[in-house]
Design a protein around this ligand. Structure first.
Ligand SMILES: *Cc1c(COP(=O)(O)O)cnc(C)c1O
Length: 449
């Protein structure tokens, strides 16, 4: 047996399977995969293995091609009970938002004025909806909320100072840190107050003519309890007015509906910030708004226009798919159908009785598992420590982590939770249209009863 006994690339391509690979994957990639298979065979030969059949070589090439092209971004079933799961893509979009993205994916009127037949502005698409919805004078959409904060600080406070309470120097998951964004923007951070208590006088005594902005950042993912104090937004606005300084409010999640109606704590709303007089409010599109990844800036026209004209605005602008999905999502709020149409709000509003019924239906369909009370969370850096009562379908198992791993390898993968010695699935976050897939995959994966 020698290396010479290995077939040539050409010979393999001439076999039926070789032709199929060419048709499926194109010439360059197929050649690379066949060469890879031959390299492996050469290596094995040197270790004393036999010369492989042509079919075995081609099968190896096919496996390699499948592996190279396996998508990494795939649909998953979120059975964790965490509604805004940042690792699972945050907010799932409404049907209308998904359709709008599909419609905008071809040519679109992104920057075209259809009446005049001339160049238009991409800004118009969501701005009208946002101002109508919130009463803000002006609006600007960027790529995400981190970009919104960076743009605002760069355009309004570069080379100047920004006052912020020490209790608000937050880090959001994924490494977004207020002090670091501030540094990137070229604005100088002036921390006032202490970790637990900051008073209006702390802001007042830090005021100099180098201060350009007062900032408030929502704690988002943590809570300070005990002996605490922070000036209210209205107090900061009042202080700012007396000194001619705008206040920017980074809301993080930016709810448009009141979460306390659903048995949760109160997440500050966009409307409240605007009413309190914030000159600029910014928040994410894919947290409690329930839309696509985006950063939304609302506020005084003069300030929003300064951001719009800044060169950085171009670098962080949203694409047509984002604007399409965002517009469709905002339309749900305008039509007062957000709770019915936006998955995030459907999940928040889901009633325990309905969740119990769904978990019971899973148990009945599978002939397995126990339904027990449990807790869901909102996630996405909003409402830390807050939970919603739910019902979990659970399965006691000697190695629930191993079973969870198996479920992550199905197609689509099921992302479950482990509670003690049980595997647990929360129906709250499983999209109803995924129920059939979920049950089919579970039935195939579960150890026989
Ligand atoms: C989540 C969050 C951000 C970052 O928003 P992205 O849209 O993820 O970029 C910024 N500030 C606060 C307070 C947040 O909660």
């Amino acid at each position: 047996m020698s290396l010479r006994d290995l077939p040539s690339v050409e010979r393999l391509l001439q076999r039926a399977e070789g032709g199929q690979l060419l048709g499926c994957y194109g010439r360059p990639l197929t050649l690379a995969a066949i060469r890879h298979a031959l390299d492996e065979a050469r290596f094995s030969l040197r270790q004393g293995a036999a010369v492989p059949e042509d079919d075995a070589l081609l099968l190896n090439a096919r496996r390699t091609l499948e592996q190279w092209l396996a998508p990494t971004l795939v649909t998953v079933i979120n059975a964790t009970g965490v509604i805004l799961h940042t690792n699972l893509g945050r907010a799932p979009l409404s049907r209308a938002a998904r359709q709008a993205m599909l419609d905008a994916a071809g040519f679109s009127s992104l920057e075209y004025d259809l009446t005049r037949g001339t160049r238009g502005k991409r800004d118009v698409h969501a701005e009208g909806l946002l101002t109508r919805l919130t009463g803000a004078e002006a609006a600007l959409v960027v790529n995400n909320n981190a970009a919104a904060v960076l743009l605002a600080l760069t355009a309004l406070a570069r080379g100047k100072q920004v006052l912020i309470s020490r209790s608000q120097l937050v880090e959001i998951g994924g490494g977004f840190r207020i002090p670091e964004v501030m540094k990137q923007s070229g604005a100088r951070l002036v921390e006032v107050g202490t970790t637990n208590r900051t008073h209006l006088e702390d802001f007042e005594s830090a005021l100099t003519d180098r201060v350009a902005l007062i900032m408030r950042a929502h704690h988002s993912n943590f809570r300070i309890v005990g002996f605490t104090a922070e000036p209210s937004l209205a107090e900061l606005v009042d202080l700012g007015r007396r000194h001619g300084l705008p206040v920017i409010d980074d809301l993080g999640s930016g709810a448009l509906l009141d979460t306390s109606r659903f048995g949760l704590g109160h997440e500050p709303t966009v409307q409240e910030s605007l009413q309190a007089g914030a000159a600029l409010v910014c928040f994410s599109g894919d947290k409690l708004l329930g839309g696509p990844q985006a950063g939304i800036l609302l506020g005084q026209r003069a300030l929003v226009d300064r951001l719009r004209r800044h060169p950085l605005a171009r670098a962080v602008r949203p694409d047509k798919l984002c604007l399409a999905a965002l517009s469709a999502t905002l339309t749900h709020y305008l039509k007062d159908e957000a709770e019915r149409e936006i998955p995030v709000w459907q999940m928040i509003a889901a009633r325990p009785e309905a969740l119990h019924q769904r978990a019971q239906a899973w148990a009945a369909a599978l002939g397995r598992g126990e339904v027990i009370p449990g807790l869901s969370t909102v996630g996405g850096g909003s409402l830390p420590e807050e939970t919603l009562p739910t019902f979990l379908w659970t399965l006691p198992h000697r190695s629930p982590n191993a079973l969870a791993r198996t479920l992550r390898q199905t197609s689509p993968p099921i992302i479950a939770r482990v509670e003690g010695d049980r595997l647990a699935l929360d129906p709250r976050t499983v999209l109803p249209e995924q129920d059939a897939d979920l049950l089919r995959l579970l039935a195939a994966c579960l150890p026989s009863a």
